[in-house]
Design a binder for this molecule. Structure first.
Ligand code: TXD
Length: 339
């Protein structure tokens, strides 16, 4: 009888050969968002899933648990969990959530030092194992972490984006739809700038069934005062959830990142608000910032430059400065060898 090789339980898990027929999605961070990313990606039949986490047992447990939902959910995917960097090998998409979430009272900016260290540690794994992947960074403070990850992993800028704008605009759309009394599907909304209190939800570029929001105000469906309140609620949407749940949001962020991954994997040419690498657009150079980006099979295929009024320019500039200041804090930490 053929000797069945006794696998040494302590042997390193071998990275499964990359399926020739399915995409491979690697989730770096298997926490609240990472686990949901794995489940949503499976249920949308997006490909094989790897959950990589410093807490190997957490990653293995979530991979196993989701894998056992396959017979019921009727998707088709191999799932792997663990803490071996080789698991990332050959990934088509890498979604990074490794990092600490906010606690009540914390700002996203309070996470710079701790999360920059984590991002530095995983950047080399991505560079070695999946340099061709489309990388979506979620870890906060987002606009700074995506730039840090791009530099540390030496990735092509158009192949790495930050997820925030899709989430922020989804919140904006939800609040507007509830107030106007229409389906969220018929509300399109725009958010520009950094993922923080200086973000710029743009009512002027938002619409209901193609009717510009200012016209909706003229039609009496919603007041300008209410729109201003909703803009402010959108800006503080993350903190609202943190104060309710005691930790950062994870359902809507996971859905937002999956939409971005699908735009890449299916070459959908979607225009999505992403933290993308600006090289002169909006007067911003060599900086990641939330802008409308066309996402397709090449990654960020175009950054869409919209006209801004003088007032919008002032608010946008404030957001740019906030992101630049945070980058300066990071550079200082790096110069002090703290990151
Ligand atoms: O819109 C956005 N971009 C934001 C981002 C929306 C919501 C949450 N935002 C941020 O995402 C949040 O502030 C955090 O920085 C990340 C991840 O949030 P999540 O809620 O998923 O945090 P968890 O549940 O703590 O998960 C983080 C996981 C956890 O399992 C750790 O063990 C793992 O990250 N981790 C690591 N994995 C691999 N390698 C290293 N070094 C590592 N360090 C921690």
């Amino acid at each position: 009888m053929e000797q069945i090789a006794k696998s040494n339980p302590r042997s390193k898990p071998k990275s499964k050969p990359v399926s020739k027929h399915r995409h491979k999605i690697a989730l770096v961070g298997g926490g609240n968002i990472g686990g949901l990313l794995a489940q949503i990606a499976c249920q949308k039949n997006m490909g094989d899933i790897v959950i990589f986490d410093i807490n190997a047992k957490l990653a293995q447990g979530k991979a196993l648990d989701i894998a056992c939902s396959e017979p019921v959910e009727n998707f088709n995917a191999d799932l792997q969990g663990g803490s071996e960097p080789s698991m990332l090998n050959g990934a088509d998409v890498v979604i990074v959530t490794a990092g600490l979430p906010r606690k009540p009272g914390m700002s996203r900016d309070d996470l710079v030092e701790s999360n920059a260290k984590i991002v530095s540690s995983i950047a080399k794994h991505i560079a070695e194992q999946a340099p061709q992947a489309f990388v979506i960074c979620i870890t906060n403070p987002l606009d700074v972490m995506v730039g840090h990850l791009q530099r540390q992993a030496n990735l092509e800028p158009q192949k790495i984006v930050g997820m925030a704008g899709v989430l922020d605009s989804a919140r904006f759309r939800r609040f507007l739809a509830d107030e106007i009394g229409v389906s969220t599907k018929d509300v399109s909304a725009f958010v520009l700038g950094g993922h923080g209190d200086t973000m710029l939800p743009l009512a002027r570029y938002s619409s209901v069934a193609g009717i510009p929001l200012p016209e909706i105000v003229r039609m009496g469906w919603i007041s300008q005062k209410k729109i201003d309140e909703i803009v402010e609620r959108t800006r503080k949407g993350g903190a609202e959830v943190v104060n309710l749940m005691g930790t950062s949001a994870y359902f809507a962020p996971a859905s937002a990142a999956i939409a971005m991954a699908q735009a890449y994997l299916k070459d959908q040419k979607r225009i999505l608000p992403c933290a993308a690498y600006c090289q002169g657009q909006y007067g911003v150079d060599k900086l990641y910032l939330g802008v409308p980006a066309l996402i397709g099979a090449s990654g960020v295929e175009k950054i869409v430059e919209i006209n801004l009024t003088d007032e919008e320019k002032i608010l946008f500039h404030k957001s740019v400065e906030a992101v630049k200041n945070l980058n300066e804090i990071l550079e200082k930490l790096i110069s002090q060898n703290k990151v």
